[in-house]
Ligand binder design. Structure first.
Ligand code: CDP
Ligand code: MG
Length: 726
């Protein structure tokens, strides 16, 4: 029987033990040995030999680009070097941004351990919906998106003496926007110091402090910093790829330095023929390595949580068919929404005699360096965002990796010794790959970014100093989108109160607007649950071989109105269950642990993804906190589902689709022909008009997360859009 929560403490006794090596706790021989091992590892990292040189470089250059091979120690060591060199005097903080949540969390944990402090004290992390920092935190890891949000409250980032933008080569949309913002902040802070040093009367000299395109920010900066003194900001851009030139050029020929890494030989093996099903090919390769190759862990690159969990189950099943002696294979998943306590398991060695197979998204390409990897399996795909500005549609598509990504992936096999990389496509296909990945800013919906820039006082989006300009059509479409959501005024300023409220919520603008509307429709309780459940990857799972059972289980929660109410039903069922249990077992010891187990079993029986559910619960409590702070009225529509569906129509009116005579649907905004995804409760329903939240493109265009609505509601609830169209 496949198990949803695999490889728990039973298989890996170290997996859930907290580290006990904080200074005030008694030291046991195990933690002493670990401490020694970590010390030796740190000393042997390539970066260790250039420590003094690096610190000098940072002291002499305000902006520095550091390029170094993955695993050379940039992310974990450089902040510690700078801390020890006195960059945090006066209580200032060293901030390190990561494109990915998992990297921010796992690196912060590692560095806290290396510094022998409790996480959240000197070393901490802060990511959306999870903050482990305190007033004592001096080395702070965070996502780039989070630092952007901080800039809303503190536009000149005055708490930071150093900001390190890590993994800049990933060129996520947040990284690109952050670089533009930091360039401004850097100019302003440097100019302020010059100004402050040179003139006694600051008030008379506003103009000299303006950096390129920073008019509004400088003004807000001046307002805040009047009479205060800030050190200039040290800005460090770190990247794993070799193209430092683009960053250096952008920052006015900033100094770039390279850190040599160590790389052993990696044998690259290609498939003879294209694989029709790369998941099957992955499974076969895992077992081929496991049964035929010498010891060493395997790293597999997959495209997302669903794929990872499906391969995880298939591996478990295959293992049960093998003789006992061949079953020593441990699967460990790693993807960005994995709860943080489970993320650290990738770094734990497997028990003696066991081989570990890590099933990862492209997070393991450069953001995380996992020790012990000798074999890499690269099916050659990645999930990427894609935006069509003409249709105004964003979708997630699975696309081939770039050559640069393929090289990064294979490099993971040669960090500690010679390794092998199995590319599951023929060699001739490699030559056809793009050299590098297109920056995300050129292929995504920009509404979120524009909302944040507007909230930061950057009004001229087209004139903003982006490292690479997003397509003009995408900017205009996204402005139009925000305008239709009511976030912008006629002259493209953030509207009051809606635009400002939307910018405060850490959500996609369309979800923020849904919450604001829901308070007016008296169904904010339901919408909070919906938004939380939609923020995680699928709540339901249906293993290939148990599709029918999974479907039957889903029927217990299914609402004839659609997936949104179905998700609400699941959430409420869990709530009721835990409430009932609380009444029944008041005096039990270790209630929390037992509840966890109870819930795990319940999820398994009901084909619910426990990990996603737990993540959704966390998100729910966080956004509930936000809307409470904003003073929105939280009430439930009870059984009046009509009210909730009308609110969904008013919120997601962009994504409405009408049934066609032949059974497919036509998206009203884009005219695209789409089909209902088989995972939807409305699959094979006769609904005439629906709204949806997600468009997934495989061979077909599928829409997911749907609710039945009345076509007439669209003109009633979104007349500014539909009256305009007709
Ligand atoms: O940033 P860069 O890729 O240069 O390296 P890093 O992330 O600082 O990693 C340096 C070393 O720390 C690697 O050998 C990792 O294996 C180790 N490390 C670890 O054991 N556990 C972590 N959570 C992070 C890093
Ligand atoms: Mg790194």
């Amino acid at each position: 029987m496949p198990s949803m929560v695999q490889n728990g403490p039973r298989n890996n006794p170290q997996a859930q033990k907290p580290h006990s090596n904080f200074p005030n706790k008694p030291r046991n021989p195990n933690s002493m040995a670990r401490r020694e091992r970590i010390k030796r590892q740190r000393e042997s990292l390539p970066i260790a030999s250039v420590k003094e040189l690096l610190v000098e470089e940072v002291k002499t250059h305000d902006i520095l680009i550091i390029v170094g091979e993955t695993g050379s120690g940039k992310t974990t060591q450089l902040p510690q070097f700078l801390f020890n060199a006195g960059f945090c005097c006066d209580g200032k903080v060293i901030g390190i941004t990561q494109p990915r949540r998992v990297a921010a969390v796992s690196v912060a944990k590692r560095v806290a351990e290396e510094c022998e402090v409790e996480l959240g004290q000197k070393v901490g992390y802060s990511i959306r919906f999870d903050d482990k920092t305190s007033s004592f935190t001096r080395i702070k890891y965070m996502t780039d998106g989070l630092l952007l949000r901080e800039a809303l409250l503190d536009p000149y980032l005055s708490r930071y003496s150093v900001i390190i933008v890590d993994e800049a080569h990933e060129r996520t949309v947040h990284t690109d926007v952050l670089l533009g913002l930091l360039k401004n902040v850097h100019n302003v802070r440097s100019n302020f110091i010059k100004d402050h040093d040179n003139m006694d009367d600051k008030k008379s000299n506003n103009r000299t402090m303006k950096g390129k395109g920073t008019g509004t920010q400088c003004t807000s900066f001046l307002k805040h910093c009047h009479g205060r003194k800030f050190p200039p900001l040290k800005l460090i851009i770190m990247s794993a790829s070799l193209d430092a030139r683009v960053f250096s050029d952008y920052f006015g020929c900033a100094r770039a330095i390279h850190i040599e890494g160590r790389q052993h030989h990696v044998d690259i093996l290609y498939a003879f023929h294209p694989e029709p099903d790369y998941l099957d090919a992955t499974l076969v390769t895992i077992f081929q390595i496991h049964l035929e190759e010498t010891p060493g862990d395997i790293l597999v690159f997959l495209t997302g949580q669903e794929e990872i969990e499906s391969v995880e189950r298939l591996v478990q099943e295959q293992l049960h068919k093998l003789p006992e002696a061949n079953r020593k294979l441990l699967t460990v998943p790693i993807f960005s929404s994995l709860p943080s306590e489970q993320q650290m398991r990738v770094f734990m060695p497997a028990s003696p005699g066991h081989r570990k197979v890590i099933l990862a998204t492209n997070i393991a390409e450069t953001s995380l360096t996992i020790p012990g990897i000798k074999y890499v399996i690269d099916p050659g795909f990645v999930k990427a965002r894609s935006y069509d500005p003409v249709k105004g549609m964003e979708s997630l598509i699975i696309v081939p990796t770039s050559k640069a990504q393929a090289l990064q992936r294979s490099g993971r096999a040669g960090r500690e010794g010679p390794g092998k990389c199995f590319r599951l496509y023929p060699e001739c296909e490699f030559e056809k790959l793009e050299d590098s990945t297109k920056p995300e800013i050129k292929r995504c919906n920009l509404s979120n970014v524009i909302l944040q820039l507007k909230a930061l006082g950057v009004d001229d989006i087209i004139g903003f100093d982006f490292m690479e300009k997003p397509p003009r059509a995408a900017i205009i479409k996204s402005l139009e989108h925000l305008f239709l959501l009511g976030a912008l005024t006629d002259d493209c300023k953030l509207s009051e109160p809606i635009g400002h409220q939307m910018a405060r919520l850490p959500l996609d603008p369309i979800y923020s607007k849904a919450l604001i509307l829901a308070s007016q429709f008296n169904c904010l309780e339901e919408m909070l649950i919906t938004v939380a459940m939609l923020s995680v990857e699928s709540i339901f799972y249906a293993p290939r071989e148990k599709k029918d059972e999974a479907r039957t289980a889903m029927k217990c929660f299914a609402s004839p109105d659609g997936d949104h109410l179905t998700l609400v039903n699941v959430y409420r069922a869990v709530d009721r269950l835990l409430e009932k249990r609380k009444m029944e077992v008041v005096n039990e010891k270790n209630l929390h642990g037992k509840n966890e187990k109870f819930l795990r079993n319940w999820c398994k029986e009901n084909f619910i993804n426990g990990r996603s559910l737990r993540h959704a619960c966390d998100i729910h409590s966080q956004i509930r906190g936000h809307v409470e702070q904003m003073g929105l009225c939280i009430s439930s529509c009870g059984d009046d589902h009509l009210q909730f569906r009308r609110c969904l129509a008013a919120s997601f009116f962009f994504n409405a689709a009408l049934k066609q005579p032949e059974g497919t649907y036509r998206a009203l905004a884009s005219g695209q022909v789409v089909q209902i995804h088989p995972s939807s409760v409305l699959f094979q329903s006769k609904a005439e008009c629906i709204i949806f939240n997600e468009l997934v493109q495989t061979t077909n265009k599928y829409i997911r997360n749907l609710t039945r609505i009345d076509y007439l509601w669209l003109t009633e609830l979104a007349p500014h859009y539909y009256a305009m169209q007709s």
